[in-house]
Design a protein around this ligand. Structure first.
Ligand code: F6R
Length: 615
């Protein structure tokens, strides 16, 4: 939610900032803006435009965009509608300070009232403008430098922030701070970069510092990076090396990131398993499980906290861990868990699943569980993000940066890690037979190949998608391991095509939703040869009896459902517990192609942002 970028050095800042904003557009694309201190006359120029970064580029065409220092922002609106006035950066009243912000200042209303009483006027309806005015007020009234004013202002703030501030008369300095919203400083040769994540930074330097909560980066041109806390206690920067391939941040010839990421999945699963499954394909070791096996084995239960697609992966994790490890598992929406005063203690293990590692609710759920003594295990994608840093241990999914707003490869990566976690722990606990263990590990090795076969269906799925652009509603059905897949298929469709879609456990149909079925209603049914095939077959019959249009996801060679369903998508067979890794892929493609047929903005659907760092 909102992306922020900053630069100070000897190059022109604008091209670096705009390129960085484009990398961060997945975090929000309601409006964009930039602040630059110009080379010739040291003006603090702020330019803003409603809409995507490309709108900002058009807006600045005839403007002075010179400057070797600047900050920039791409917004996902929280307080105040998307418009130029509410776009960041925000000026202070005297227009000598400019500030960008990701997060929410919860007590902004009180702070605003106090400042208004002192004569301050506001041009926007954002919480952010309050912060820049507060900094200016504290600075001017007490005759302080910018750093001290920021420190004092942040002591008055309740809420979440990643901010960067520049001052007209000090073109040699950026002050940046974070609390509960991510912020990374990149250290180059005589230059510094600043961003919400490392993606805008990696093509210039691989040396980064991830700021921790309530840390302030004092970034001075030509000086060492200094980090202090709100009370000016100095903290030694923990410089990390990031490894990221720039190609992963480009579309690589695909029309959309989402399609590229769907097609990357076989390689992602291989990357995810690399070094964890042995070359013979007979053994799987997730080192975090081995390192903490005593703690995990003695757990009274596992609680998995997550949101959205990651929550769907969690439901599959519950099946896997309960089946193979015989440990009870509860799956919780992080947003509900954190406010429910849940019964949780030191005998519990909490798994936190998050692609971005920044989801505010999941992070808060982790903090709550930690404060009650639970052992926290993270399953994340973004290296160095907040959730992995808050956990006791964890396993990265290693699928590379996911840029399409609709999650695809992260889901299959999460399911792969959950499978490896369940297998490693089950072996340690002795709750799985050697035969079954070996069968699953060997089959896991075949998943990337089988996924490739599924991807060959892309043309067929693109064709059949054209039939369904008329639909206003869709139902997705599955049972057992396929129920979370049905939920995920429905979520993918609704978020990028804006078609209303619901996922149900197939047998629940007759308890209500079957009333929705008519000749207009497409029903996607996951009906592979595994699990409750006969039962799902009956569910299909019930839908056909009411003239619903059935799109069945079946196993290769299925002849029975082929005769009943309107459309069949045939997939290679696998073991029941690995089915989601295969059956999810055609549902991703179906959602993608329907959205493309409808002319939707697949990578940046309306109202959404990839990294949900606000509640
Ligand atoms: C859907 C989607 C979201 C995320 C959710 C959690 O395609 O991407 O539902 O899954 O916002 O995000 P993470 O996994 O980053 O915590």
């Amino acid at each position: 939610m909102c992306g922020i970028v900053g630069y100070i050095g000897s190059r022109e800042a604008y091209p670096i900032l705009v390129k960085g904003l484009k990398r961060l557009e997945y975090r929000g694309y309601d409006s964009a803006g930039v602040a630059l201190i110009s080379n010739a006359d040291q003006q603090l120029n702020v330019y803003k435009a409603k809409g995507k970064v490309s709108e900002l580029e058009s807006f600045v065409e005839s403007k002075d965009i010179s400057g070797k220092i600047g900050i920039a922002h791409t917004r996902w609106a929280t307080h105040g509608e998307p418009c130029s006035a509410n776009a960041h950066p925000h000026y202070s009243s005297s227009e000598t300070l400019a500030l960008i912000h990701n997060g929410i200042i919860e007590n902004y209303a009180v702070l605003k009232e106090n400042l208004q009483a002192k004569g301050y006027e506001f041009k926007s309806s954002t919480d952010t403008e309050v912060l820049v005015q507060l900094i200016e007020y504290i600075k001017v009234t007490n005759n302080l430098d910018l750093l001290t004013a920021v420190q004092l202002a942040l002591q008055e703030v309740i809420g979440a922030y990643a901010i960067a501030v520049v001052e007209k008369d000090h073109p040699e300095q950026i002050i940046a701070a974070r609390k509960s919203s991510p912020l990374v400083v990149g250290i180059g040769e005589d230059e510094y970069f600043l961003a919400s994540d490392a993606t805008p930074i990696v093509e210039y330097t691989d040396k980064v510092v991830y700021l921790n909560d309530e840390e302030i980066a004092v970034i001075n041109r030509g000086e060492e990076l200094k980090i202090v806390d709100l009370h000016n206690v100095e903290i030694t920067p923990d410089v990390k090396t990031v490894v990221m391939n720039i190609g992963q941040l480009e579309k690589g010839g695909y029309p959309h990131f989402m399609l590229k990421e769907i097609f990357e999945q076989p390689d992602c699963i291989l990357d995810c398993m690399r070094g964890r499954v042995n070359v013979e394909g007979t053994n799987v070791v997730l080192s975090a499980v081995i390192d903490h096996k005593e703690r995990l084995i003695k757990a009274k239960r596992f609680v998995i906290v997550a949101c959205g697609t990651s929550w769907h992966a969690a439901l599959i994790g519950k099946h896997l861990i309960e089946s193979f490890c015989r440990i009870p598992v509860e799956v919780e929406y992080a947003s509900e868990f954190r406010y429910r005063d849940p019964v949780i203690d030191e005998q519990d293990v909490v798994l936190a699943i998050s692609q971005s590692g920044e989801t505010a609710d999941t992070l808060a759920a982790v903090e709550l569980a930690k404060s009650r003594g639970a052992f926290i295990y993270g399953i994340c994608n973004a290296i160095g993000s907040s959730i992995p840093r808050a956990t006791n241990t964890g396993s990265y999914i290693h699928v590379g940066p996911e840029i399409g707003v609709a999650s695809t490869k992260a889901f299959t990566g999460q399911v792969t890690v959950l499978t490896m976690l369940a297998l490693t722990l089950a072996k340690e606990k002795n709750t799985i037979s050697e035969k079954e263990y070996l069968e699953i590990v060997q089959e896991l090795n075949h998943i990337p190949e089988k996924m490739k076969q599924v991807l060959e269906l892309n043309k067929q799925i693109a064709e059949l998608s054209k039939i369904f652009t008329y639909a206003h509603n869709f139902i997705y059905l599955g049972r057992g391991y396929s129920y979370p897949v049905a939920l995920e298929g429905a979520l993918k469709l609704k978020e990028i095509s804006y078609i209303h879609a619901e996922g149900y456990p197939a047998a629940e149909m007759k308890h209500g939703p079957i009333a929705l079925i008519d000749a207009e209603m497409p029903v996607v049914v996951i009906a592979t040869h595994n699990g409750l095939y006969e039962k799902v077959l009956s569910n299909i019959q019930e839908i056909k009896a009411r003239k619903g249009k059935v799109i069945a996801i079946v196993s290769e060679g299925d002849t029975i459902i082929k005769n009943i369903a309107d459309i069949c998508i045939e997939l290679p067979t696998t073991l029941e517990c690995l089915d989601p890794l295969i059956t999810t892929v055609p549902l991703q493609m179906l959602a993608y192609h329907i959205a493309v047929c409808k002319g939707m903005d697949v990578d940046q659907p309306r109202n959404l942002a990839k990294s949900v760092t606000v509640e």
